[in-house]
Design a protein around this ligand. Structure first.
Ligand code: HEC
Length: 128
């Protein structure tokens, strides 16, 4: 007969497997970098038209050099990944000091596929 401990272990291992599967859904940084560098993404402007990845180089938006290091501290209770995803999909939730809200292109959530957002977040996470 199965005792409680065994059942708990089975549940735990299922849980760990599920988490493992989730991480295989995470994005591809190489694809993300390519997307970031595109001049346009469908009808939207490309990220690199407003963002440099060189330190302190401000185009229309802030330099994204080192953004992976800042991302986790921007908004309480948001992980770095959540913050980066929100920055793309809901840019006005947090507006970087010294920049105006509404300046970042607002409609990526209508344009980017989930996979493209994951790829971009994976790429931004490499900018340390
Ligand atoms: C039209 C110009 C423009 C485009 C295009 C643009 N951004 Fe932005 N972005 C901004 C501006 C301005 C800010 C700062 C204001 C704010 O936080 O909304 C910003 C902020 C950000 C931030 C927050 C940076 C930080 O230090 O916290 C991230 C991340 C970001 N953008 C990623 C992207 C990505 C990825 C794309 C392409 C999918 C993109 N942006 C396209 C202008 C732009």
């Amino acid at each position: 007969m199965l005792n409680t401990k065994t059942i708990l272990l089975v549940i735990l291992s299922l849980f760990i497997t599920a988490c493992g599967q989730k991480s295989t859904l995470s994005g591809d940084p190489i694809a993300g970098e390519a997307l970031f560098g595109q001049v346009t993404i469908d009808s939207a402007p490309g990220c690199a038209s407003c963002h440099s990845t060189e330190v302190d180089k401000v185009l229309v938006g802030p330099s994204l050099a080192g953004v992976a290091n800042r991302a986790g501290e921007r908004v309480p209770d948001q992980t770095a990944e959540e913050y980066l995803q929100n920055s793309i999909l809901e840019p006005n939730l947090y507006v970087v000091d010294g920049f105006s809200s509404g300046l970042m292109y607002q409609k990526y959530k209508d344009i980017l596929k989930d996979e493209q957002v994951r790829d971009l977040v994976a790429y931004l996470s490499t900018l340390k």
